[in-house]
Design a binder for this molecule. Structure first.
Ligand code: BGC
Length: 763
């Protein structure tokens, strides 16, 4: 019905326009449809399409609607209900050409139901679970009238000082690339034009995770080989999976800001990779070209960005203002603007909005009576995915699982922390709907619960840090201190511990500590909480640390002090229930680290797949004149791929089907996995390959495949991996992607360090 009306409209307008061709608008042919529409657009209307505007609570709605009706806005972000967005779409339908708006939002790890943070999702190594989280997010977001998300965030992060480590999928190119594709498919479902899908806009293109020193917004300086080999593949994987959009990074790359980078945007993204979708700037990034020092003023910034191929200006202040003058002065071409407009319109077409501008807004009478209704949440999915994402780091003397009959003291500033449970970028999630650890354990223990609770410590005792974390939340601070003196809190917790059989301490970071603009110089648990841990340890009671944090922490002392450590990250709406499931053994943990945990900040970077060096350190041998730090143990505290289970697994009988591989052949690598323990459980069998000699230095190993396998207690299974020439390819010094003949080591393990090895020769 709507489709017909719209067609009718374009026919009428076309017959009135200068380019009257009297042909029906060819809705089914995207290119022809857009060309036809563009012929009717004025310059102002075209530039309007390039403006993406944030709808804050303070924004005068009437003014926004006027601007939309005048054709001056192409899309908005941060307005997230049907009731909010419908009047804006109505305004667009009153505009001369009735070009629909799109509505965007940062749907990163859930929309109303919050799933674990992306780093946690990656820890599951479970592609079905990750897909499920993205699909639910898309359905919920689409049901709230959203058309596009600025996700997935696939920046490789190898420096945990960077606060946005939480928002990505870790340090490994292969794992992050796999997840990138899964997330795009999950968001876009049967197609970005489906009513229950949202378009994915992969970010931050490119290399944002490599900001120098892990300091947010800092520069990136990187060799082309490293880019192509390690950092670019995840973006490419998202695009190959069909991502309709790309968000351009805030950082510079080798001296040129991404937002003004014609090599990045034209040569690589569009020419080399064939990307045909929408390129959106990050928030205010065009203006920031002045601060980067590549544009003298706003006019030059707008020129550089449009020339580089930034289609849409997020939180625009410059495209609307400067593009008309730049065109008039001949400093930019009409085609610069037209190319960008074409991509915005194409994205709207792909989102199904020309066929039905109300595709996701729906009819007013169908609006949910209560946006926050429990019935709109997907709690069962969130709980299941959350428990799959937790990593058991320590479990001495089988401290875990806990017996429900035990008397448990629950302490720590994160035990009752509904906001932190959700993690940062928690979209439309509501703290009031998240299950805290206290709630989850209480529920699991039932009516007879003897849980003893004491806060024990504040998140931090450092006023400066506290003020920083609450900077944006003056009305209702996120991190609320217990005003009692630190020692009083500790004494109370110690008393609780003394009355209990076992102590569970929920410690780590508040969610704001692992967020945009939250780079840290230390990776330890804040001092106030470390004092608490020390005091708890001194009670002699078995101590379980439940960690909540958004990045690897350095846990050297805690590894000694705690009997068990469960890394739960920020686990989302159902976090408390999911953690309780793991603590009480209703779920056997199966997560593996997607990023190495360093012993100290000084060790960074500790990523496992580093390049070979001429003087490698050999464990067990003296370190002199080898590559290491002499004042600490070499290697990470917990390696990439590491994670324990309540059961035991063994790997035996690793074998290769041949000691040679032809360029067109296949090699089978197999290993026997056995559950030698007493519980059923899942683990991740990981395949690593080392190219021993190459024309350029190669990594000491690289993840190439993995399987998440469920085995009953006592069960055994032979796991097979297929290796082909494709798995051996890399970018050489000329950036040619090819495999080189020679020796390859194949390693199979349950983490990246403890592996079995066999070798073969590529002929
Ligand atoms: C972030 C982006 C985000 C945007 C809109 C920026 O500050 O860097 O990742 O999509 O804000 O919220």
């Amino acid at each position: 019905m709507k489709k017909l009306c719209l067609l009718g409209l374009f026919v009428t307008l076309a017959s009135q326009s200068v380019v009257a061709d009297n042909l029906p608008t060819p809705m089914e042919n995207k290119d022809a449809f857009i060309s036809h529409l563009m012929k009717q657009m004025t310059l102002e209307e075209k530039i309007g399409q390039l403006r993406l505007i944030s709808i804050g609570p303070e924004m005068p709605r009437e003014m926004i609607r006027k601007e939309i009706a005048a054709g001056n806005i192409g899309g908005t972000f941060n307005s997230i209900t049907r009731a909010e967005n419908r009047p804006m779409q109505d305004a667009a339908m009153r505009s001369r050409l009735k070009i629909p708006m799109f509505f965007a939002y940062d749907v990163i790890h859930g929309h109303r139901t919050i799933f674990p943070i992306p780093l946690a999702l990656a820890s599951s190594w479970d592609m079905d679970a990750i897909y499920r989280s993205g699909r639910v997010a898309a359905k919920e977001a689409a049901a709230d009238s959203l058309d596009i998300t600025f996700a997935p965030m696939v920046d490789i992060s190898r420096d945990p000082r960077w606060g946005r480590t939480s928002e990505g999928f870790g340090e490994d190119t292969y794992l992050v690339s796999r997840i990138a594709g899964v997330m795009v498919k999950a968001f876009q479902g049967s197609g970005a034009n489906a009513a229950d899908s949202i378009m994915a806009s992969v970010k931050h293109f490119a290399l944002y995770g490599a900001v120098e020193g892990g300091r947010d917004y800092n520069i990136v300086d990187m060799s082309p080989v490293k880019m192509y080999q390690d950092y670019l593949p995840p973006y490419r994987a998202a695009i190959d999976a069909g991502a309709g959009g790309v968000m351009v990074a805030l950082n510079s790359i080798n001296g040129v800001p991404a937002t003004a980078n014609t090599w990045l945007m034209h040569d690589l993204l569009r020419k080399e990779w064939g990307f045909k979708g929408l390129a959106v700037s990050d928030h205010g990034a065009i203006f920031e070209l002045i601060k980067h020092g590549v544009a003298r003023d706003g006019r030059e910034a707008a020129k550089l960005a449009i020339k580089a191929g930034i289609d849409m200006s997020m939180n625009d202040s410059l495209y609307g203002k400067e593009l008309p003058g730049l065109l008039k002065a001949g400093e930019i071409e009409q085609s610069d603007i037209d190319n960008a407009v074409r991509e915005v319109l194409a994205a709207k077409y792909d989102m199904g909005l020309f066929k039905d501008p109300y595709l996701r807004i729906g009819k007013a009478e169908d609006d949910p009576a209560d946006t926050y209704a429990e019935s709109r949440l997907h709690r069962a999915d969130a709980r299941d995915v959350a428990r799959r994402s937790m990593v058991l780091l320590e479990n001495r003397n089988q401290t875990l699982p806990l017996k429900k009959s035990a008397k448990i003291a629950l302490v720590g500033p994160l035990a009752k922390a509904p906001i932190d449970m959700m993690g940062s970028w928690a979209a439309a999630g509501r703290p009031a709907q998240s299950v805290t650890l206290f709630d989850g354990m209480t529920r699991a223990l039932g009516a007879e619960s003897t849980l003893i609770y004491a806060r024990g410590a504040n998140i931090t005792g450092d006023k400066k840090v506290l003020d920083y974390l609450n900077f944006l939340n003056f009305d209702a601070p996120e991190v609320v201190d217990d005003p009692r003196p630190a020692q009083v809190l500790i004494d109370e917790a110690v008393k609780a511990a003394q009355q209990a059989d076992v102590v569970v301490a929920a410690v780590g970071e508040s969610r704001g500590m692992s967020h945009e603009s939250s780079s840290r110089t230390e990776l330890s648990i804040p001092a106030s909480q470390r004092e608490l841990i020390k005091a708890l340890k001194a009670t002699g009671k078995p101590l379980v640390l439940v960690l909540m944090n958004g990045r690897p922490l350095s846990l050297v002392d805690e590894k000694q002090q705690a009997d068990a450590i469960l890394e739960t990250w920020f686990s989302g709406t159902e976090g408390g229930n999911a953690i309780a499931d793991v603590l009480f053994g209703d779920y056997n943990p199966s997560g593996k680290l997607p990023i190495s945990f360093p012993r100290s900040v000084g060790q960074i970077p500790t990523y496992y797949n580093h390049l070979s060096v001429g003087r490698p350190f050999t464990p067990g041998k003296p370190g002199n004149y080898t590559s290491q730090y002499f004042d600490d143990t070499t290697g990470p505290l917990y390696p990439f791929g590491y994670g324990l289970s309540y059961t035991e697994f063994s790997l035996t009988d690793m074998a290769l089907s041949s000691t040679t591989l032809n360029k067109t052949g296949k090699l089978d690598a197999s290993v026997t996995l056995e559950n030698t323990g007493e519980h059923d459980g899942e683990t991740v069998v990981q395949l690593y390959i080392q190219d021993v000699t190459g024309s350029i230095i190669r990594p000491v190993k690289e993840l190439k495949d993995f399987r998440k396998v469920m085995l009953k207690a006592g069960e055994k299974k032979v796991i097979h991996f297929t290796i082909t020439e494709n798995d051996l390819k890399f970018y050489n010094a000329q950036l040619k992607y090819a495999a080189e003949p020679g020796k390859f080591n194949v390693q199979i393990g349950l983490d990246s360090q403890d592996v079995k090895q066999q070798s073969f020769e590529l002929l």
